[in-house]
Design a protein. Structure first.
Length: 37
């Protein structure tokens, strides 16, 4: 029972990381700057 909460927290962290990776807002801005340079 002690491992359940830790696994849930890990899953939520992974999901958040996936969502952040799927939203390339910062990446798009960086790419635009690179193209401008």
């Amino acid at each position: 029972m002690e491992h359940s909460p830790s696994l849930k927290e890990y899953e939520t962290q992974v999901l958040q990381m996936r969502v952040n990776a799927e939203e390339p807002e910062i990446d798009d801005s960086d790419l635009q700057v690179d193209l401008n340079l």
